[in-house]
Design a protein. Structure first.
Length: 308
């Protein structure tokens, strides 16, 4: 009987050998990732470089002949001699064909990578971004992606997540600037759990929470990465109205961060101070919406294609 039971157990265990092999391979990949060394220097808040003189005030950014190749695609130049300047407090949109290098610009500004060639300079006097302490630098950035990450916590906890301690008044101000007044106007709303991944909120509401989370940090640089692209037309209009109101309100507010926007829908960037058209890793056009339309170049073609 004992031999029979052992044989049965051995037979059943054979069915799991494939899972064991898969788990071993996955564990190898995880440990390889954990042990990988980054070329990006990580500094704590004691670093003097890359720190703001005043939170909320915009920064000047200059890409000086930037070229970049991803480590896993060494033969492909994603950026090729890209040069542009953004003045402190400006709202600048990055547009162009997919794969042109717009998201790579954002990745370099967040220092997920450093440029292969050229320099990124920030502020006056100009300082090399590669010399900035990684931790203090990222504290100056408010980033909003097209798919915000929310948690099964209260609305207030989600907005405060990752931010330095702020007063209730500062929190309310950030939420108001993000256009949340229509669904965050009571204590009941503030204390309500949002469900897994914020599932009790609509797509437009989630995006406005993400914008408020970025603003409550009083960032010097706000980066909006296709913040409305995953929304339906009604939600997109609501979020775009919040973004437009925030941009307009900065002229009368203490905080006037620099704003960079990546957008495929060109109707969302018409109010930008400057539009940079990036294609093939190069800057091919630059100007306001009206100027670029009058030139009838790449931007004009993209705009007419989206309008048709």
């Amino acid at each position: 009987m004992g031999v029979f039971l052992c044989a049965m157990a051995a037979g059943q265990s054979m069915a799991f050998l494939g899972d064991v092999d898969a788990a071993k391979a996955a564990a190898h990949d995880v440990f390889e990732l954990l042990e990988a060394e980054t070329s990006i220097g990580i500094s704590d808040s004691s670093s003097s470089k890359g720190q703001a003189t005043q939170d909320g005030q915009g920064m000047r950014i200059k890409f000086d002949n930037i070229s970049f190749t991803y480590p896993h695609r060494k033969g492909v130049k994603v950026l090729d001699g890209l040069t542009f300047e953004v003045e402190a407090g400006q709202t600048v949109a990055l547009v162009g064909p997919s794969g042109g290098g717009k998201s790579t610009v954002f990745a370099l500004l967040q220092r997920f990578y450093d440029p292969t060639e050229g320099e990124i300079l920030v502020d006056e006097p100009a300082a090399r971004l590669t010399e900035a302490g990684l931790v203090p630098w990222r504290k100056h950035i408010g980033f909003v992606s097209q798919e915000p990450v929310l948690f099964d916590m209260s609305l207030e906890e989600n907005v405060r997540y990752g931010a330095p301690p702020v007063s209730s008044a500062e929190l309310q101000e950030a939420c108001s600037r993000a256009g949340m007044d229509d669904f965050a106007g009571s204590k009941v709303a503030w204390d309500a759990q949002l469900g897994p991944r914020g599932g009790l909120l609509s797509g437009g509401q989630k995006q406005r929470v993400a914008i408020a989370r970025a603003l409550v940090r009083r960032p010097r640089l706000v980066m909006l990465d296709e913040a409305t692209s995953a929304l339906d037309s009604a939600s997109e209009a609501t979020v775009q109205k919040a973004i437009d109101s925030f941009i307009t309100a900065r002229t009368a507010a203490l905080d006037k961060p620099t704003i960079l926007i990546i957008a495929h829908r060109l109707s969302t960037v018409q109010k930008a101070d400057k539009i940079l058209v990036i294609s093939g890793g190069k800057l091919v056009e630059s100007g306001t919406h009206a100027q670029l339309l009058s030139e009838r170049g790449v931007y004009y073609g993209l705009y007419m294609k989206g309008a048709s």
